[in-house]
Design a protein around this ligand. Structure first.
Ligand SMILES: [Zn+2]
Ligand SMILES: [Zn+2]
Length: 99
């Protein structure tokens, strides 16, 4: 016998997850925080999609471009320091071109 309560709970939870994804895709599509995103040198994917993922623990790694040591509060690290990202017009997180 399948628990009705559990089935309903799961359905509600799954819907919330899907709604969350929908919102993510909407934000991604509409670029809702474009100004802030560009100030932080993040491409649309890293700003709206991948920022939802990643565990919490201190991580350090060098900038791929100039080798400067970078510090992160999660396991999700940036490829470039903000200076290199700004100078070359690439996303600091994943290195893709900004637009
Ligand atoms: Zn750099
Ligand atoms: Zn990116």
């Amino acid at each position: 016998m399948v628990s009705k309560t559990r089935a309903l709970d799961s359905k509600a939870r799954n819907k919330r997850v899907i709604d969350g994804y929908k919102k993510t895709i909407e934000d991604y599509t509409n670029d809702t925080e474009k100004k802030e995103r560009r100030e932080h040198c993040l491409c649309k994917y890293c700003k709206y999609v991948s920022s939802k993922i990643g565990g919490a623990s201190m991580t350090t790694k060098p900038c791929d471009c100039c080798g400067k040591k970078l510090y992160f509060e999660s396991t999700y690290t940036d490829d470039l320091c903000i200076d290199c990202a700004k100078e070359y017009g690439h996303c600091k997180r994943c290195s893709q071109k900004m637009d």
